[in-house]
Ligand binder design. Structure first.
Ligand SMILES: Cc1cc2nc3c(=O)[nH]c(=O)nc-3n(C[C@H](O)[C@H](O)[C@H](O)COP(=O)(O)OP(=O)(O)OC[C@H]3O[C@@H](n4cnc5c(N)ncnc54)[C@H](O)[C@@H]3O)c2cc1C
Length: 479
């Protein structure tokens, strides 16, 4: 089994002895190429280290809300949704060349490094083989099921400075602010007529989509997203006590759109972007929260959010997401256009709130149904969304979260929403493949070819043989 904090219950059922490969000593950043803007890394390098080195040469590196402490290689080659996906898109889009030890012991290289005698990690496709598809699912990739990745090269993005990520304070009180001539954050509120939440949830999400498209059209910003109400406060509250107090007081009454602009070329460019952003927001009837907002509560909301908003560029507070019940579960996820993921949030919230009204999900925190996170990718070419659930920790109570996730998935399948494929992982391929052009058969063929004995992280990405219905039902009962 390749080092994993993401176990699949079916691994335990494989009933085989397990060898865990721990890549602790493979912890080198092998190359930082600032001119061609890429970096070559080994498995045990985390996002914080990549970003620290990138910033020294005027570049930045994305960071997943999972936290900047996770393995950058693991995350990029199998998943990769980032706080600043506006720049980078998903890990798949950021992955360049890579090297992998296949389960049969052979070494496979993809991209420019695969050229004979090449020491060049710069490119993923042409001339030469591009095998990124071999590793990727829709959102989730092979998860170690196709071998052990030993090196990847990955894209860097322009960064105006500072050279060191600024932080002050310790532990829960840690705050971070960028110099205003480098990076500026904006917290954008909805027009007065659509502020009521959840009554105006649909209008708010559609307004957010329009805002994202306008920002994309103007080619602005390094971070753009709609942060769900529950995302805002789970990240911003510094303790459980503060969290529950804020929930009772409805500290963030709804979600907000969050934007960061940066002085990539000059302060004049930053000033220009700010002017355009203000024009767009004013035209759409929105407002900016600030230290000078007329409502003192808005001033407080702005202050509280600003002390942690740099998390979207380097995540330091990820575990806060689990704080409400010491447990955290994704409610639903979808990858598609900005408009379509917003539709999916609305649909999933409708279904899930109906389930609550029917008396289901009693052990989920009520804060769970305030979706969702709209994270547009690569300047608006696509988007990822999630909604979140907080179950209690006992297995049977946590299982309720899984039921809610499944209900949402069933809905997506009913509508043949391509977003459902984000859930294709492990045995789910067998379940969902027939709905999606029999993709499971292709994955099985690859697994059979490269891992005929099913030894690498079984049953990821899938089991090589078509499993019988009883075995499949057993493997997927957690779904
Ligand atoms: C609170 C929370 C929020 C999260 N939010 C996000 C988010 O917004 N965006 C996001 O992308 N992720 C998110 N995640 C999930 C996240 O992707 C994973 O938790 C993270 O990548 C795990 O990193 P890790 O270093 O523990 O990797 P691991 O769990 O060790 O690895 C991840 C997978 O890759 C495989 N793997 C690891 N190393 C290799 C290798 N060298 N070769 C082949 N396969 C390998 C593992 O077997 C495993 O299946 C979140 C998780 C949590 C807990």
């Amino acid at each position: 089994m390749i080092n994993s904090a993401f176990p699949n219950p079916a691994q335990a059922m494989a009933g085989k002895g397990v060898i865990i490969v721990d890549p602790k000593r493979m912890d080198k950043i092998i190359k930082v190429d600032k001119n061609n803007m890429y970096m070559v890394i080994e498995p045990y390098v985390n996002f914080a280290a990549c970003q620290a080195e990138a910033m020294k040469v005027g570049c930045t590196f994305p960071s997943p809300p999972a936290g900047a402490q996770v393995s950058a290689l693991a995350n990029i080659q199998w998943h990769g949704a980032y706080g600043n996906s506006w720049l980078s898109a998903l890990g798949a889009n950021q992955l360049l060349s890579f090297e992998v030890v296949l389960p049969n012991g052979k070494i496979l290289r993809s991209g420019s490094i695969s050229q004979a005698g090449s020491d060049d990690w710069i490119w993923n496709d042409g001339p030469g083989p591009d095998l990124r598809g071999f590793f990727r699912g829709a959102q989730f990739g092979h998860a170690g099921g196709m071998g052990m990745v030993t090196k990847i090269s990955t894209r860097l993005f322009p960064w105006p400075g500072p050279v060191v990520f600024p932080t002050q304070g310790n532990a829960v009180d840690k705050e971070s602010f960028f110099p205003m001539d480098k990076v500026r954050w904006y917290m954008i509120d909805f027009p007065a007529a659509i502020k009521a939440y959840p009554d105006k949830e649909e209008e708010q999400l559609r307004w957010s989509c329009d805002l994202h498209y306008e920002i994309a059209r103007a080619e602005l910003a390094i971070v753009v997203q709609h942060n769900a109400k529950q995302f805002m406060w789970t990240w911003a509250a510094r303790s459980k006590e503060e969290f529950h107090k804020g929930v009772n007081e409805d500290f963030f009454p709804h979600g907000y759109n969050i934007v960061a602009l940066s002085a990539l070329t000059s302060v004049e460019q930053l000033e220009y972007e700010e002017k355009v952003l203000k024009h767009i927001v004013a035209k759409m009837g929105g407002t900016f929260l600030s230290e000078k907002s007329p409502d003192p509560k808005d001033r407080e909301r702005y202050k509280v959010w600003m002390r942690i908003t740099n998390d979207w560029i380097r995540t330091a507070h990820s575990m806060r997401l689990s704080r409400p019940s010491d447990c955290f579960h994704q409610g639903t996820a979808c990858l598609d256009s900005i408009d379509t993921v917003a539709e999916e949030i609305l649909r999933a919230n409708r279904v899930q709130r109906k389930m609550v009204a029917e008396g289901k999900g009693k052990n989920l925190l009520p804060y769970s149904f305030h979706g969702g996170w709209i994270s547009p990718l690569e300047k608006g070419y696509g988007a990822l969304m999630t909604t979140d659930l907080w179950p209690e920790q006992e297995p049977e109570k946590a299982a309720e979260a899984i039921q809610f996730l499944l209900s949402s998935l069933v809905g997506m399948l009913g509508e043949k929403c391509a977003g459902a494929t984000v859930c294709l992982l492990g045995p789910a391929y067998d379940l969902l493949g027939p709905q999606f052009f029999n993709v499971h058969l292709l994955v099985k063929a690859m697994k059979r070819e490269f891992d005929p004995n099913n030894i690498s992280n079984p049953p990821y990405a899938t089991t090589p043989d078509v499993v019988d219905p009883i075995q499949l039902a057993e493997m997927t009962k957690v779904l």
